[in-house]
Design a binder for this molecule. Structure first.
Ligand code: UDP
Length: 452
């Protein structure tokens, strides 16, 4: 087999970096000789520590804003600069790697980097798109954006009240990815998602690596996007549940010690990922809901230092009360696999959802945007590994109230009826199935075919 060198490029957000890094490591374990992992210059400079692994090296390309300062008034300008400068600097990176004696045999590009497919085509390098969300989300975007019958190609950008696709749950409009809704404030991302789908159509051998596994979304995978070579390579989660490296935030130190003092399955872990910014009112409701359960909780709040009022309220209420520990960042995979954690209150980002499934952790879903609502629905209705906290629609403020947080946490912790036990059994079942996933076999076959 040929000594394969793959270049993996990722947008510099934590939810994109983490699965890409896992993929890099698995490609090396699966037979690739060399993997170069590249993200933006600014993103690379923010990474706290780079992991070392035989055959793995790191590189960067530019998004046009190398010091991280972006004009915040014009997202279309930011995206078009990203495309222009990104295409140029990616081309240079590939040329330099070749000059240094490491020609790139294959490019894997992630979400938001749709222009990379064109760079690869222009340089005659085969490529694949790493889809770091669910197969169901891919099926929905494909349904909306494909040029043949995509319903967003007739200037009719209003989704139907329900989307019923073969193999998928029936998704109500409000459960669709937020980038498809009329209320979406991020039109530039919607355009980029459309470009992704339409670039695949231009590729004579379109290939998508899906961060999911066959059993998890069997029917969705069977029914998605004809003519596309879909390869399930997930769950892209560290198999040892140890920090994988490449965090963009500094983790605190003391939380594992704190967890070690708690009985088994007695703690609620709360995190809304690396991007979502919750309204102050929502933070207060979550805080009071958690406190009212009397259950110990570990909560990641990234920006507490920026909100003096919230910080003062939390500190004064928790004063002398050891019920809660707030940290700015932690190793989530380590926390989720800690024996004292019994429930995960999550925004249902796809990585967090997979990480909970892999360790068999029951969840309370509080989705915020993007694909999170559909993930929360699948958690509740497809896998039965958790429940979704409901917003009080009558009040129309989009806030989950403290009583609802309390109700959901108590159910999942098994303090309120038998539902908690049923959820726990389902979570254990999915943990087992995730361990049996055939993704490593799929990845090995993929590498063998590339190297043949
Ligand atoms: N994460 C972490 N520590 C934290 C919070 C999040 O390591 O304190 C990781 C988490 O394990 C996951 C990623 O950050 O791999 C977040 O990705 P996800 O898709 O869940 O959400 P996003 O941040 O993209 O909204």
């Amino acid at each position: 087999m040929k000594n394969l060198h793959l270049l993996l490029i990722t947008f510099s957000a934590q939810g994109h970096i983490n699965p890409t890094l896992q993929l890099a490591k698995r490609l090396l374990c699966g037979g690739a000789a060399k993997v170069t992992f590249a993200t933006t210059i600014h993103g690379l400079s923010k990474i706290k520590s780079l992991p070392s692994h035989d055959g793995l090296s790191f590189a960067s390309f530019s998004d046009g804003f190398d010091d991280g300062t972006k004009p915040n008034d014009d997202p279309h300008h930011i995206m078009s600069e990203f495309k222009r400068v990104g295409s140029q600097t990616l081309t240079h990176l590939i040329q330099n790697l070749s000059k240094e004696g490491h020609p790139v045999d294959f490019l894997v590009y992630g979400l938001i980097l749709s222009w990379a497919a064109e760079v690869a085509r222009d340089m005659s390098i085969p490529s694949a798109f790493l889809w770091s969300q669910s197969a169901s989300a891919f099926a929905i975007y494909h349904h909306f954006f494909n040029t043949h019958e995509g319903i967003y190609n007739n200037n009719n950008n209003i989704p139907p009240s329900f989307v019923n696709l073969p193999g998928l749950l029936s998704f109500a409009q409000e459960d669709l990815p937020s980038f498809l809704l009329p209320t979406n404030p991020h039109a530039s991302i919607t355009l980029c998602l459309r470009e992704h789908i339409q670039n695949l159509e231009k590729d004579p051998n379109p290939c998508v690596l899906l961060n999911t596994f066959d059993a998890l979304e069997e029917e969705a995978i069977k029914n998605v996007g004809n003519n596309i070579n879909l390869i399930c390579i997930g769950p892209l989660v560290p198999s040892d549940n140890k920090p994988a490296g490449c965090d963009l935030f500094e983790a605190s130190k003391q939380y594992i010690e704190w967890l070690n003092t708690k009985p088994d399955r007695s703690v609620v872990y709360v995190s809304f990922g690396s991007l979502a910014v919750l309204q102050r009112k929502q933070m207060e409701e979550i805080f009071h809901g958690l406190v009212s359960t009397g259950i110990p909780f570990l909560w990641v709040i990234r920006s507490l230092e920026d909100d003096d009022e919230l910080k003062a309220m939390i500190i004064s209420e928790l004063d002398g009360n050891k019920q809660g520990l707030i940290v700015p960042w932690c190793s989530q995979v380590e926390v989720l696999s800690h024996q004292s954690v019994g429930c995960f209150v999550t925004h249902c980002g796809w990585n967090s959802t997979l990480e909970s499934l892999v360790v068999g952790m029951p969840v309370v879903g509080c989705p915020q945007f993007s694909d999170q609502s559909m993930n929360a629905k699948m958690v509740e209705d497809l896998w039965g590994t958790g429940i979704r906290a409901r917003v009080n629609h009558e009040k129309e403020d989009g806030i989950v109230k403290r009583e609802e947080i309390k109700r959901c946490v108590e159910i999942v912790m098994g303090l309120n009826g038998e539902k908690g036990e049923e959820i726990r059994k389902n979570a254990a079942k999915w943990k087992g199935l995730s361990l049996e996933a055939s993704s490593d076999v799929n990845l090995r076959a993929f590498i063998e075919k590339l190297g043949a």
